[in-house]
Design a binder for this molecule. Sequence first.
Ligand SMILES: NC(=O)c1ccc[n+]([C@@H]2O[C@H](COP(=O)([O-])OP(=O)(O)OC[C@H]3O[C@@H](n4cnc5c(N)ncnc54)[C@H](O)[C@@H]3O)[C@@H](O)[C@H]2O)c1
Length: 317
Amino acid sequence: MRTVVTGAAGFIGSHLTDRLLAEGHHVTGFDNLSTGRLEFLAEAFRNPNFCLIEGDLLDLPTLTAAVSGADIVFHLAANADVRFGTKHPGRDLEQNTCGTWSVLEAMRATGVRRIVFASTGSVYGEPQIFPTPEDAPFPVQTSLYGASKVAAEGLISAYCEGFGMEAIIFRFVSILGERYTHGHVFDFYKQLREHPDWLRILGNGRQRKSYLYVQDCVSAILLAVEKVREKTNIFNLGTDDFCEVNQSVEWICSHLGVSPRLEYSGGERGWVGDSPFILLDCSRIRSLGWKPQLSIREGIERTVDYLRMNPWALTRE
Ligand SMILES: NC(=O)c1ccc[n+]([C@@H]2O[C@H](COP(=O)([O-])OP(=O)(O)OC[C@H]3O[C@@H](n4cnc5c(N)ncnc54)[C@H](O)[C@@H]3O)[C@@H](O)[C@H]2O)c1
């Protein structure tokens, strides 16, 4: 396949790129390097089937030229951090909703019909049903990030109806693993590196969260692309398990051999839009034959090992 990966220099996008190249596909990466890193593409650059276009989703002519001739677009570029929405109220709308519209327009203009979209379990806000299935109601949004992804999902399904496109939408839980650059393991590891004797935790530590290892995430994406050809498909993507933030702290600390004093900011939520409980029903993707290889604890420990071995990944250039 001739593929385009938006967000190719990011955490998940760079792994997807490596796996697509390993399977013999051509990959055009498209990334503005706002949070992505060229280091993550070191292996890809050695492959003649890869090229990177440094560009912004909102630059429609450049994006249109990039997707022209593709069989499928994997759209992962986004503002991926849910926590700072209220500090930058326009960012999620611009990067996630308008950025997705841009991708769809570029595809429409060039006749590209298949899109895979990285959405999020945050679209469910604070759901009432656990594990939460894809058809659970989610009338109330709790974060600008989740709201921007709901809107993007809406645009995608409308383009599928209006222009005969096919979409696979994935609602991920938090993803962990090598090249991880944002999220709780990153924050905790960074803190413990600076001061191993104390750790500040957002919320009361009782939040229950589900996590998935990045290679398991990519395997699910590739499997669905191979097996599913319908107008709009939505898949939750996560493990059938969850852990408390406090449990994760315990695993990280015991892996690092530290016993810090724990300080909690308090409250059931760590930030505006933090969901106290996330557990997705992943039976739909499992019915295709996918199952995760790593447990949440193994995923967390691999992430810590990666950060320990790659301290440069803790800094932004
Ligand atoms: N990591 C997670 O836990 C998680 C969970 C749910 C959903 N997602 C979604 O998965 C996707 C990938 O997330 P990630 O964790 O790899 O994030 P990331 O920040 O590592 O990757 C995003 C990439 O997109 C690029 N980018 C951002 N805005 C752009 C723009 N306007 N134009 C071009 N490139 C742009 C960045 O430079 C970066 O390389 C995102 O859509 C995110 O919302 C991630």
